[in-house]
Design a protein around this ligand. Structure first.
Ligand SMILES: [Zn+2]
Length: 423
């Protein structure tokens, strides 16, 4: 066997084994705690709500385990099983100019993945989310979302793929520097344009009208020295009853977006504290840090791709007999996750650190008690488990476990009370 084939298979097998092992741990841990509401939530989450969160978590993990096996099988078929070679032959048989058939190969591979993964998406929305009372999507809305998503993917994905492939074929050995610059410009432009151009294709955004809430939010923005184009309400209830809030855009296009499902469930002081947490990610420079780390990671990726594309062994080692720019690009995109998963615990830990910092910021600029209440309400209404397996959580979770987060907020509240009493 080719050495690269052995290495790829070993890393992929390890990834599948670790994912399944962690999922089984999570299922066992959550199921074992199903009948026992943690003391910190005893007054706010009922035993029925806690049991529902456990069942929902277990059902999602089980589906996730099936997806892990499916995705690994699909990856093996595309690479060593000759799937890419077949798609390449199909794309080449159309007689299009070389750049067009090269772009078609890359788009074709991702179209095959999207099509074959479709049953999982449908099952998730119309069976799993439905069973737990979260789904509000109709088949018509779902089909329209898919069509819009695919057209958008074809246009944006096609443009950026053609651009990178053109740079690869025209700029010689150091192409990857130009490729990285073009990619970074593309992602920044997309982030900037998202709220104004792309998000409205899928949802309606209305300026927040409630005058009392609006003045509370304006006062918070003023306290934090934050400037934004606007505060919007999104019709999230059209698809799901899960609630959320987020920031979007860059520079002057920054927007605050609340799901209508969140506004309908939280009291104004709680909404303010959630917003203060989100503002913290900007004020504490978490967002630019993430953009910078993302840009450095993609620079490393492009440099590695630039080197691998020139190695004759790269292609046959992954099931493609003859090399080309498009084959290099698509193999790299497909196979990289079999190696990069080793970094995910570090990325998750970094994110959890930011979450604690943002909670502490919200405790100062808004109120720790309100934030704790808001978090409990969101955990409860979204049926998030209060008792994740510690190892599963350490490996994947971008947010700290609920009990740890609430405990930290209670400490912050006590410290604030002591400070207030002594001054
Ligand atoms: Zn956060």
């Amino acid at each position: 066997m080719h050495p690269l084939t052995s290495i790829f298979l070993a890393f992929l097998a390890a990834h599948v084994a670790v994912q399944l092992w962690l999922a089984r741990r999570q299922v066992a841990f959550v199921a074992a705690q199903r009948g026992y509401v943690p003391p910190a939530f005893a007054g706010t989450v009922t035993p029925e709500e806690h049991a529902k969160a456990a069942d929902y978590t277990v059902a999602k993990q089980r589906l996730g385990m099936l997806e892990v096996v499916f995705e690994a099988t699909l990856l093996l078929w595309l690479t060593l099983g000759g799937g890419i070679v077949r798609i390449q032959a199909l794309a080449g048989s159309l007689g299009a100019p070389p750049l067009v058939s090269a772009t078609l190969l890359v788009l074709g591979v991702f179209a095959v993945i999207a099509l074959l993964s479709l049953p999982f998406g449908i099952y998730r929305t119309f069976v799993l989310e439905q069973r737990f009372g979260f789904n509000r999507t109709t088949p018509a809305v779902y089909a329209a979302d898919l069509a819009k998503g695919w057209i958008l993917g074809l246009l944006l994905g096609g443009a950026v793929t053609a651009g990178v492939l053109w740079i690869m074929s025209s700029l010689g050995g150091k192409w990857w520097i130009a490729g990285w610059l073009a990619w970074t410009a593309f992602t920044l432009m997309l982030t900037w344009a998202w709220p104004r151009v792309i998000a409205p294709i899928f949802n309606k955004f209305q300026p927040l009208e409630d005058p009392a809430l609006r003045s509370r939010i304006d006062a918070l923005l003023e306290r934090c020295g934050f400037h934004t184009k606007g505060v919007f309400v999104m019709d999230g209830s059209r698809r799901s009853s899960h609630g959320n809030a987020y920031f979007t855009g860059l520079g002057r296009e920054k927007r605050i977006v609340f799901f209508d499902t969140l506004l309908s469930r939280l009291a104004p002081p709680q909404i303010e504290s959630v917003l203060a947490h989100e503002l913290a990610h900007f004020r504490l420079k978490h967002v630019p840090q993430r953009i910078a780390v993302g840009a450095l990671a993609s620079l490393a990726g492009f440099a590695l791709l630039g080197w691998l594309a020139k190695q004759a062994w790269f292609y046959p080692g992954l099931g493609v007999p003859s090399g080309s720019d498009a084959a290099a690009l698509v193999l790299f995109l497909l196979v990289a996750p079999a190696f990069t998963w080793l970094l995910s615990p570090a990325a998750a830990a970094w994110s959890r650190r930011h979450e604690y910092q943002a909670d502490a910021f919200a405790a100062v600029y808004s109120d720790a008690t309100s934030l704790a209440q808001a978090l409990v309400a969101l955990y409860r209404d979204n049926a998030s488990t209060l008792t994740p397996d510690p190892v599963h959580s350490a490996f994947y979770d971008s947010h700290p476990p609920p009990a740890a987060r609430i405990e930290r907020l209670n400490l912050l509240r006590q410290t604030a009370a002591v400070t207030a009493a002594t001054t």
